[in-house]
Write a protein that binds this ligand. Structure first.
Ligand code: HEM
Ligand SMILES: *[C@@H]1O[C@H](CO)[C@@H](O)[C@H](O)[C@H]1NC(C)=O
Ligand SMILES: *[C@@H]1O[C@H](CO)[C@@H](O)[C@H](O)[C@H]1NC(C)=O
Ligand SMILES: *[C@@H]1O[C@H](CO)[C@@H](O)[C@H](O)[C@H]1NC(C)=O
Length: 478
């Protein structure tokens, strides 16, 4: 059994509504559906499965549970077209995969809320708190400014150095993570690196050299021992941080994210619960997305040796021999490779929104309150790209107009970490690839390892799939 992680947990929260027994839930659902029948008589001009006296919503709901959200979205878009109406929890939900519609929603201020089940979110502390699934718009706006400040501008400058040294440090200790057969659980390694980076950037609490507390935090979260326990761990880390702040003589001129939030709380702008949830989401955001993205990239690199040669060549011409701060603007091949990886095999391939106003999308009336899933992953495989179903750098030879490529979304509710994420991926890849080439166990490829696509695409975590050998590389730098 694979332990669930943040994203699957969110899937749970969206799909599993209550701990009530199945029959009760079914009855409840039927009641809701009966009431909605009247309205539906009018609204069903959008293609989608039939209502069938309430059976349709139950069937589509089951499909979301059994095949996973991502897989179900792809099924419905392929079957009914780029705009399809389904039901999740009895609520009308549109799945959009056409770039014009997706772009409209991304850019608009009418879709800045998300949808998910209240109970599920309460379970993981995300209901009306934090940023990722927070639909309390005034509070979301307030906390988003703190995230934006930490993830853009001057904060970005420190990122490269921190990423390079964190990656180096973990590579120095590779021996400790190598099993007797000479393999490393590469996803675990990447997670440790990314957690280390997140801590250094946003929290800056010494982790005492003992077993990395934050890695444990993440693992705890993944296994969902209990959200309460996780929040307690977070609380104690923030407590330590408060002590560090009060004991320090001088005020740092570049305040980190956690300090900013603590000061905001001291000024009565945020509650202690807000602070804890925001720090928690900031610290898990990167380990949950970036490390899996990097894992996919290492797999794809191994499957495309000619690309690896080009990337390594580019690194050796652009990097100085101390591996110090380099201008990543110039890494064209690496950037195309990262983009193509996120297009071809994304971790996050859809995002959830809610219509806050009546609107018209591509000529179709959308009523206020409609749930919306943007199926960005499918959009990337059906429009614009010359080789949509192949992994090829040719897909990024020509400048891609932004409406066709949106791995992080755009507009007011986009990924607030998109710039730093690109920077981090480049820094980690450059550092890692200039020292090692990797080789998956048993010639594993992305298509041979088991994966799930529930709220995100990710590998099923058995040792076989994740193990790679690290082969030292001699790199000539100019
Ligand atoms: C490869 C890495 C990443 C990918 C593919 C990714 C992708 C996404 C996507 C698609 C969304 C939803 C956007 C929307 O609804 O339009 C999102 C939201 C978000 N991401 Fe990322 N992300 C990545 C890395 C990061 C990192 C490193 C951070 C922070 C350190 C981060 C923080 C967030 C936050 C806080 C949100 C919620 C924003 C909001 O609701 O206002 N992400 N991300
Ligand atoms: C998707 O997530 C839900 C909730 O955790 C779970 O019940 C379901 O089995 C998952 N589906 C797949 C295909 O993994
Ligand atoms: C049904 O649609 C018509 C025309 O689009 C509209 O005038 C009417 O108000 C709608 N009725 C309901 C119950 O939504
Ligand atoms: C990669 O994608 C980003 C958008 O996420 C875009 O701004 C950038 O130009 C792309 N880079 C290349 C080399 O195509």
């Amino acid at each position: 059994q694979q332990p669930p992680d943040l994203l699957t947990v969110m899937a749970t929260s969206i799909v599993d509504d209550t701990p009530v027994s199945g029959t009760l839930l079914l009855l409840l659902l039927l009641c809701i559906l009966l009431i909605t029948t009247l309205c539906l008589a009018n609204a069903s001009h959008i293609p989608g499965p039939f209502f069938w006296a309430g059976l349709g919503p139950i069937l589509s709901y089951s499909r979301f549970i059994w095949s996973g959200i991502g897989t179900a979205c792809n099924y419905y878009n392929k079957r009914y077209g780029s705009m399809v109406r389904v039901w999740i929890n009895g609520e009308e939900t549109l799945i959009l995969s056409k770039s014009s519609a997706v772009y409209h929603v991304l850019k608009s201020a009418h879709y800045i809320a998300r949808f998910a089940s209240k109970q599920g979110l309460q379970c993981i502390g995300m209901d009306g708190r934090g940023i990722i699934f927070n639909s309390d718009i005034p509070l979301w706006k307030k906390v988003r400014t703190y995230f934006a400040k930490a993830l853009t501008g001057p904060g970005l400058q420190r990122t490269v150095g921190i990423c390079v040294s964190a990656t180096d440090r973990h590579l120095e200790r590779l021996q400790e993570m190598t099993d007797p057969t000479g393999h490393v659980d590469v996803l675990n390694l990447l997670r440790c690196i990314v957690v280390d980076i997140s801590n250094k950037l946003f929290l800056r609490v010494p982790l005492n050299g003992q077993k990395n507390v934050l890695t444990m935090t993440v693992i705890l979260f993944r296994r969902l021992v209990s959200s309460k326990e996780l929040q307690d761990v977070m609380e104690s880390l923030i407590e330590t941080k408060r002590r560090i702040i009060s004991e320090s003589e001088t005020l740092d001129d570049d305040l980190d994210f956690t300090s900013e939030l603590i000061f905001a709380q001291n000024h009565g702008e945020l509650s202690a619960d807000d602070v804890r949830q925001c720090v928690l989401e900031m610290v898990i955001a990167a380990p949950d997305t970036l490390s899996i993205s990097l894992f996919f990239m290492l797999m794809l690199l191994k499957q495309n040796p000619e690309m690896e040669i080009r990337i390594v060549e580019e690194i050796s011409t652009l990097i100085d021999k101390y591996l110090t701060v380099v201008d990543f603007q110039n890494f064209r091949v690496l950037e195309s490779f990262i983009n193509e990886s996120m297009r071809f095999h994304p971790v996050v391939d859809f995002t959830m929104r809610k219509a806050l106003e009546d609107d018209v999308i591509d000529g179709t009336k959308i009523s206020k309150g409609t749930n919306i899933i943007l199926n960005i992953g499918l959009m990337h495989k059906t429009e614009f790209f010359p080789k949509p179903n192949e992994f090829s750098l040719e897909n990024f030879d020509k400048t891609v107009p932004s409406r066709f490529f949106q791995p992080f979304g755009c507009g007011p509710r986009s990924c607030v970490g998109k710039h730093i994420a690109m920077m981090m991926m480049k820094a980690v890849l450059v550092t890692l690839l200039s020292r090692y080439s990797v080789c998956p166990r048993h010639g594993n490829t992305l298509s041979s390892i088991r994966q799930t696509n529930n709220l995100s695409q990710q590998p099923v975590e058995d040792e076989q799939s994740l193990a790679m050998r690290f082969i030292p590389r001699q790199m000539t730098t100019t």
